[in-house]
Structure formats: structure tokens, C-alpha cells
Unconditional design. Structure first.
Length: 258
């Protein structure tokens, strides 16, 4: 057995299953799908190290948040996720862009807040990824800020169905913006860093860049939204004013040609 395996940090698949809370069957399934690296084999026995356990914890966390296995694999493949440091990197990135504290609410509270007459609206909230059913009439708000915004719109007299329409449309547009920023980071920051062998002294700079990108993206998003709304209002009201002028033009003076 190699010196690395003699340190006691390596486990058999049964030991890994007990330590991680992931079944042996699922561990093998993750390996088959390329989510988990193969073990180191000694005397026909596979041994799993700290990197395997960290990867399993990450997979569990992402699945708990509703991320599908295919998406998790793409995320790991994109970052070349084969080390504990990369797993930590992915956790950090998701923490920066998903730091909102989730809340547990009851079915009765949701119905009252959104003035819902049935649970169909809650089903839509689940489908949109805003709510997660926990059982016993309990729900988890995945994004309390979005749910609060929808409730505020309802408080203004706007039907909840229309409020969710707005949130759904904004989410679709936000997905495109998110892709733009992620592609920017991958192409200009991560890929050169990865190609250089991920030097250890450059990791702090990568994290600083991520934090700066989060700040810049938020400021730019708000600025673009304000500009777009301003221009849209000018166009919309200008068109309505022109239409009203034509519709309600002043009557011609008596005796004047019409």
C-alpha cells in the first residue's frame, strides 16, 4: 500500500458510505456518471480519500438545492473539479451569488400572504423554483426576497398570478445575463488560471476577482434596468400621447374647412 494510503484518511466504499451518509449504490452511480473520480486500488480494494468525501458533500448540497445531476457534472467538468481546492472554490462561488438565507413558512401563511384561494398557485411557485415542499404543510422559500417582492405586488392590488408572471419573465432574462457573466469569468479568468496549472499563490486573486465581479454585475444590472425602463417609458408614453392627440384633436372653428 502506498505511503499516501497509510495515513488513515482513505476509506473503503462501505466506510465512505457510513461517513458521508451516501449509500454505496449512489456512490457507484456517481462514479458511473463521472461525478466522482475512481478510487485508488490496492490489493483489489478501492480506497477513497478526502477529495472523494468533499465531492460527495458538494453533490449532496447541490442536490438539496434542486440542482440536477447533469448540471452538477457540467459544473465540475467546467472547473476541472478533481481537487478539494476546486470543490471549495465551487462552494465559495455559490456562496457569493447565493447567500440569501432561506426561510420555512407554513401553508396557511402562504395562502394568507398571497390571498390564494387554492394551492395551484403554490404548485406554480414550486415549478418556478421559488418554493420547496417539505411536508406537513411546510414550505421552504428558496428566495425570500423574490417571494417578498411577489407579496408586495399583491399588496398593491396586482393578482398573484400576474406577479408570478413578472417574476418568471425577469428570471428568464436574468438567466441570459448570468450566462454572460459566467462566460466572461470562465473565458477571461478561470481558463487562463487553469491553463497555468492553478498556481497556489494565484488563488486569492481568483477569489478577489469573483467578489469584484459579483459587485460589478449587481451595479451594472441595476444601471441597465434603470436605463431600459426610462427608455421604455419614453417610447410608450410618447406613443400614447401621439395617439391621444389624434383621437382627441380640437374641433375646427365654425365655418372653417374640415
Amino acid at each position: 500500500m502506498s505511503e499516501e494510503l497509510e495515513h488513515g484518511e482513505w476509506r473503503t466504499i462501505d466506510e465512505l458510505a457510513r461517513a458521508s451518509g451516501v449509500t454505496v449504490r449512489n456512490i457507484r452511480a456517481y462514479q458511473a456518471r463521472g461525478l466522482l473520480p475512481p478510487p485508488q486500488v490496492q490489493a483489489r480494494t478501492g480506497y477513497y480519500g478526502p477529495g472523494h468525501e468533499a465531492r460527495l458533500e458538494l453533490i449532496k448540497d447541490l442536490q438539496d438545492e434542486g440542482v440536477k445531476l447533469d448540471t452538477i457534472k457540467k459544473l465540475l467538468d467546467t472547473t476541472g473539479g478533481s481537487t478539494e481546492q476546486v470543490v471549495h472554490f465551487i462552494r465559495t462561488v455559490r456562496g457569493l451569488f447565493g447567500s440569501e438565507q432561506r426561510q420555512i413558512v407554513s401553508l396557511a401563511e402562504l395562502i394568507e400572504r398571497f390571498q390564494a384561494t387554492d394551492t395551484a398557485i403554490l404548485k406554480r411557485g414550486q415549478k418556478m423554483g421559488l418554493l420547496r415542499e417539505l411536508g406537513d404543510d411546510q414550505y421552504e422559500e428558496v428566495s425570500p426576497r423574490l417571494m417578498s417582492a411577489a407579496a408586495d405586488l399583491t399588496g398593491l392590488g396586482i393578482p398573484i398570478e400576474r406577479s408570478l408572471d413578472v417574476v418568471e419573465q425577469m428570471r428568464k432574462h436574468a438567466d441570459g445575463i448570468a450566462k454572460t457573466y459566467v462566460d466572461l469569468f470562465l473565458g477571461e479568468i478561470w481558463q487562463p488560471f487553469d491553463a497555468s496549472g492553478r498556481p497556489s499563490d494565484q488563488w486569492p486573486r481568483v477569489y478577489e476577482t469573483i467578489e469584484a465581479l459579483r459587485r460589478i454585475s449587481g451595479e451594472a444590472m441595476l444601471a441597465v434596468l434603470e436605463l431600459a425602463v426610462s427608455e421604455r417609458l419614453d417610447v410608450t408614453f410618447g406613443r400614447d400621447i401621439a395617439r391621444n392627440v389624434k383621437t382627441y384633436s380640437a374641433p375646427a372653428p365654425d365655418g372653417a374647412d374640415t
